[in-house]
Design a protein around this ligand. Structure first.
Ligand SMILES: Cc1cc2nc3c(=O)[nH]c(=O)nc-3n(C[C@H](O)[C@H](O)[C@H](O)COP(=O)(O)OP(=O)(O)OC[C@H]3O[C@@H](n4cnc5c(N)ncnc54)[C@H](O)[C@@H]3O)c2cc1C
Length: 682
């Protein structure tokens, strides 16, 4: 939209408004002009990664779609929301269809399509993730040739699938699932039953209203297995006989997803419903599996969650980016105090509150690039050998990245909400919606507290290997050693604040916490008589911290790589972009001061880091608006009156509010006001 068109738009809106007219507000435009120009295409391409053109195409082609409408979504009924989100999924999917063959060639393309959907709302991304990742990936991973037609049908959206693992009584503890699949040797069928109330499948995305197929994860005495079953009739959409389906009810947010429950009552399904690549029953009724260890088999059964966790990291980055776009644009527009009044984004506190979250957004994105390149390089190997070391390492990294990313997003969005003051509390800001949707990212696809235990177990396993005299098999943990000597704290002045020294600190820190955690485990072995208690009592401040610090360290390294690439492609950004990983690290250390204590750093030696933190927030703050705007999604995807490109925050708010029902109407319950007044005064 040209600026003339924008002005006309503002005038038109005011013709129907009861508010006094307000001239076109050019504050945002003026704020933008304060930053030197840089190569926006290059920044966008590097930040978004190899599918940047696809992301741009999906945004552009949906820019004017009537479906990408947050007002309709926010004020629609739950039924309306289900419908709108389903239609969006259908629309985006027709613009970027995918086949099984294409997915095998490039396993990262699927994630970019999901990403485009999450830019509107996590509900639309999730609608797709459940079907495209959890459902299809699991069939791809665990199915055999006979399941191939189901994969093709799913890619064409002829089948709409769900992934039914969680039950009312069990989520994180998958081994405790109660649904039973008994094998009937005579008919070569399985009889699936939900024997207790707590065995009802619960929270299952798309089961409430949409899905006709589902993957059922059961837990009989051969361990957890996955069944691909039909749950609804394809013509009538009625639940199949022996299956009871229902809706899980209103949620805090994400009501565009129809999460549902499933109860099985002697539901007979043919043998072929078992995804039997790694566990089969032969014609004689004998159970066979090439993977003898039940625990390992469980891990392999859940490999379909892999890309779901990628998607959580991606959704976290997008939610945080949308929230920062809103808060930073508003920060430039909003003026309070001073003569003349200053933009609140120029206040030191505003910058120290928001800019660290902007750096965290870069951290999540850099981590995603790393994960995607790891997936691209190793995906064939993962199919061939699900027990390989590379997959174990990816799982460990993915777990901590998922946990850090979702926590960063949630905390960052809350800071954006607070930094927009009262305006952030309006539903038209979109911030409460973003916070509400980011909230669930900390829980689903593996609860964060539970998930990072996989990461710390992986690190400690490498140490156990070394203790046994075996080789450390991790590519990211080669610096972990039994005889690691923690050297003197190396960063005592600005000159010392180099990438090499930061890496040295992290390597020392990880070795240090790993050693402390091993000692705590040893101590607990003496105290407790079972491994569960030993492990659970070594978590807070030990194993959990170990995993998080490892995640931060990997994020930092990947940020340096991404930011160097941005700087090398555009020298005009070089002076500022490398400050982003630097601030990320100082912010991590300042929040968790324990690094200074554990590595023997004296207070006077790290005092300068406090001032450097503020200095960097200020310097990055001078560039932050055009950088976030280069990466920001379209206005209708973000859906905030304060986050519009044209900067007409006040006009847009008034317009939105005046369009709400009953703004100028008397209350329908006026008689109550009169009755209470009468009763109180008599
Ligand atoms: C909106 C929504 C959609 C979902 N969609 C699906 C879906 O499509 N398919 C599906 O199968 N599932 C789905 N889920 C379920 C989701 O994956 C689980 O809720 C999640 O894995 C957490 O499990 P839980 O609810 O059993 O939590 P719990 O495991 O009961 O956790 C409760 C609390 O206990 C803590 N805790 C538990 N175990 C430990 C431990 N060992 N150590 C320390 N702390 C622990 C957790 O940190 C948490 O704070 C969905 C959930 C939601 C909310």
């Amino acid at each position: 939209m040209t600026s003339n068109m924008r002005r006309l738009d503002v005038i038109r809106n005011h013709l129907s408004s009861k508010f006094p007219t307000m001239p076109f507000d050019d504050t945002l435009e003026k704020y933008r002009q304060r930053t030197p120009s840089f190569n926006k295409d290059s920044l966008f391409a590097i930040y978004m990664g190899s599918h940047h053109k696809l992301i741009r195409m999906l945004r552009e082609s949906s820019k004017n779609s009537p479906l990408i409408n947050h007002t309709a979504y926010t004020f629609g009924s739950r039924e309306d929301k289900h419908q709108q989100i389903y239609r969006i999924v259908g629309e985006i999917y027709t613009k970027a269809p995918l086949t099984y063959e294409q997915d095998l060639q490039d396993p990262t393309k699927k994630l970019s399509i999901l990403q485009a959907l999450c830019e509107f709302d996590i509900a639309s991304g999730t609608r797709c993730i459940v079907h495209m990742s959890l459902y299809i990936d699991t069939i791809q991973n665990l199915g055999t040739a006979k399941h191939r037609t189901r994969i093709d049908r799913a890619y064409k959206l002829l089948d709409y699938g769900s992934f039914a693992m969680t039950e009312l009584g069990h989520g994180s503890n998958v081994a405790g699932l109660e649904v039973i699949a008994n094998y009937d040797k005579k008919t070569r069928e399985f009889i699936i039953n939900s024997p207790t109330k707590t065995s009802a499948k619960w929270w299952i995305g798309a089961v409430g209203k949409t899905a006709n197929m589902s993957l059922i994860i059961d837990g009989d005495n051969k361990g957890v297995h996955v069944f691909l079953i039909q749950i609804r009739d394809f013509d009538t959409h009625e639940a199949c006989k022996g299956v009871i389906l229902g809706d899980c009810g209103e949620k805090n947010e994400l009501n565009g997803i129809d999460n549902g429950f499933i109860i099985f009552n002697n539901y007979r399904v043919p043998y072929d419903c078992l995804l039997d690549k790694y566990s089969m029953i032969n014609e004689e009724g004998k159970y066979k599996s090439p993977i003898k260890n039940k625990q390992k088999r469980l891990g392999i059964m859940l490999a379909g969650l892999l890309r779901g966790r990628f998607a959580v990291s991606s959704a976290s980055e997008i939610s945080l980016r949308n929230a920062l776009t809103i808060a930073l644009r508003f920060g430039a527009i909003r003026k309070q105090f001073g003569e003349p009044e200053k933009s609140i984004l120029d206040y030191q506190t505003h910058r120290t509150r928001l800019i660290p979250h902007f750096c965290r957004m870069f951290a999540i994105r850099s981590g995603l690039h790393y994960l995607l390149s790891y997936l691209r390089t190793n995906s064939i190997l993962f199919y061939k050998d699900p027990e390989c070391e590379e997959l174990n390492e990816l799982h460990a990294i993915l777990s901590v990245f998922k946990s850090l990313a979702s926590t960063y997003a949630f905390n960052g969005i809350q800071e954006c909400r607070e930094s927009t003051g009262g305006h952030g509390y309006s539903a038209h800001s979109g911030l409460a919606r973003l916070r509400g949707t980011a909230d669930v990212l900390m829980t689903w696809e593996g609860d964060n507290t539970v998930l990072v235990q996989q990461t710390s177990k992986y690190i400690l396993k490498q140490i156990q290997r070394l203790l046994k005299g075996a080789k450390n098999t991790s590519t990211t943990l080669q610096f972990v050693r039994l005889d690691y000597e923690i050297s003197l704290w190396p960063i005592n002045s600005l000159q010392d604040l180099t990438t090499e020294n930061i890496i040295k600190v992290y390597q020392g820190y990880i070795n240090c916490i790993a050693k402390q955690t091993m000692q705590k485990l040893q101590e607990n072995i003496q105290k407790y008589d079972n491994t569960t208690d030993v492990w659970n009592n070594s978590q807070s401040s030990y194993a959990q911290t170990l995993a998080s610090v490892y995640g931060e360290f990997l994020y930092y390294q990947e940020m340096v790589i991404m930011c160097k690439s941005i700087a090398n492609n555009d020298r005009s950004l070089a002076s500022i972009i490398m400050k982003i990983p630097e601030l990320y690290v100082i912010d991590c250390w300042e929040r968790r001061q324990r690094v200074y204590v554990d590595l023997g750093c004296k207070a006077e030696n790290c005092a300068f880091l406090r001032d450097r933190h503020i200095e960097l927030c200020n310097e990055i703050g001078n560039w932050v608006l055009p950088i976030i705007e280069t990466l920001a999604s379209c206005d209708n995807f973000i859906g905030s009156v304060y986050g519009y490109t044209d900067g007409q925050a006040y006009n847009r708010l008034i317009e939105a509010v005046e369009k709400e029902q009953g703004v100028y109407e008397k209350p329908t319950w006026l008689s109550d006001i009169r009755n209470v007044r009468k009763a109180a005064s008599s």
